[in-house]
Write a protein that binds this ligand. Sequence first.
Ligand code: MN3
Length: 200
Amino acid sequence: MAFELPSLPYAEDALAPHISANTISFHYGKHHAGYVKKLNAAVEGTDMASKSLEDIIKATAGDASKTGVFNNAAQVWNHTFYWQSMKPGGGGKPTGKLAQKIDEVFGSYDKLVEELKTAAAGQFGSGWAWLVADGGSLKVVKTLNAENPITSGQTPLLTIDVWEHAYYLDYQNARPSYLDKYFSNLVNWDFAGQNYAAVA
Ligand code: MN3
């Protein structure tokens, strides 16, 4: 069975004006959809066609002969996770167990955000910034291009896409402005909290 493009969890204009419908129409409708299409083309007729996305990502990571499959599978996963990492009327702060753990590991919510923004702004070229659970703690990590923390045994809790296609139509080269709006108006801490609850 072929992989399918998951539905967006909100309307294409629901994150405006922070992320415009125009950005989402290209980012979701062209980029994310394109990764699904290319992944299906790459695995069709192989033993990978019946595997889960996670299994494909883990099986192909670091294998130079399977870079195309890895890149498309990971980008399908990463984008599905990214859409859920935001919501209309997002922002605010984490609550419950995740909030406690953030204070314990980073000192405060503000320090975590500062660290995530630094990682996201400092990712040279295309990639992602993540909050992950790792061995009973939390970490901020950044990954290049399609790379995903699950190949390092980490559990993603939240992600920020810092490929230029994520923000260029709305913010041009001002990646820090996109990051400011991500945290002030878009971030979905409920989603991160649910992901943390599953492993905490
Ligand atoms: Mn993207």
